[in-house]
Design a protein around this ligand. Sequence first.
Ligand code: C2O
Ligand code: CU
Length: 464
Amino acid sequence: MQTRRQFIASSAAAAGLLAGTAPRIAGAAAHFEAMELRAGFVQLAPESYPATGIWGVDGTVPGAVLRVAQGGRMQRRLINSLPQATAMHWHGIRIDNAMDGVPGLTQDAIAAGGSFDYDFVTPDAGTFWYHSHNQSVEQVARGLRGALIVEEPDPIDVDRDEVLVLDDWLIDPETGQLDDDFASPHSRSHAGRLGNLVTTNGAMDHVLPAQRYERLRLRLINAANARIFALGLVGLEGWIVALDGMPLPAPEPVTDSLILGPGQRADLIVDVMADEGEAAFLARVETEGPQSQVAFQVSGRAALARRPAPAALPPNPDQAVDLLGDVAVLDLNMQGGAMGSLRRAVLDGESRNFNELLQANQFWSFNGIVGMTDTPLARLERGQTARLSIFNDSNFPHAIHLHGMHFREVLAGDALGPLRDTLLMTRGERREIAFTAGNPGDWLLHCHMLSHAEAGMMTWVQVA
Ligand code: C2O
Ligand code: CU
């Protein structure tokens, strides 16, 4: 007969295996592929500058594109060769809570020299990404980010699939090295750490070959700390087929500019319309005119004529949001920042005036509370619907990201928008989102302008 002690020991071992953590059984976790976080040098700035010191997954920026089948399992042994503790977050994945990579909420930070086995199932096909979630302002700004692609069971009818990680970097123009004032009060209280050098997949000039009438799937990922990308198509005709990894019910033609806040993604299907010998562009819409984000150098033809408009991507498992069932109604008032209306807020359990907050380099509050506390914004029953009304009572845009679950925006007449994981809100805006508390665990809810998150814009929800 099993003694109680043996039983506890063996069920703890089983629980550990399920969560992919210790205790390690020889042979089981041993062949997890390694991802080593370490320092490296990359030529980010023009050739007249030296290579820039970065921190990257295997020393590169962005890290390698990770691909996994829908319903498959991603297994990686993270090896921390950085001089700081770290953790990896798998943004947008409806993940096992223990694998979500949030130090202080879902795991302990992985000490310098330490390692951690990430092991999780990927239920939804789409464009996701991974990034450090410890001292994020610094670690993401130094380059710890990459694409995570979950592939549909049947290939999508395109000629090519291009993963495009959109980044920016704040580089000291004297030295060509990263500006290391990661805690700058100005970035924290204004629009976040904005870079002065914009890249795609780590290159300032990203040029791809293409053919006339070729059909491409472009997977756009905004991996920047704070930059909002406004993008347009030149010599390309395109449709948005997914947002934040999740397929739209029908492709939407790209007419104006496509806006991507930090953390957000868009999958486009584009047809190359520019003539042979010309270039087509994914362009940034800027005040001084369009700037090339990605150039497509057109030579040859992929077909004699255009193809018919693309079909929708196959839907992911249903995540119905029931506004009529058991609904928890919640508010999130975002206050703070420069020139804002925040006068007092609670920090570390005490009410402080704006001057005291400034001394602490904290500038933002959710419902009058600065930063994460032991109390979640909400405790939700599994399966319950949460309706969250969000008010941006500040002078800056914010990109509100929920971990572990996707939400829909509640539109006029209770119509529901597409599934997303990050909502970009301009100043003064009030918007409402709803989601089904379908994934048990403790889930972060924060601004993806990473300086804002570290300066107070962070809370969490608990799903029982
Ligand atoms: Cu993309 Cu909490 O993060
Ligand atoms: Cu913000």
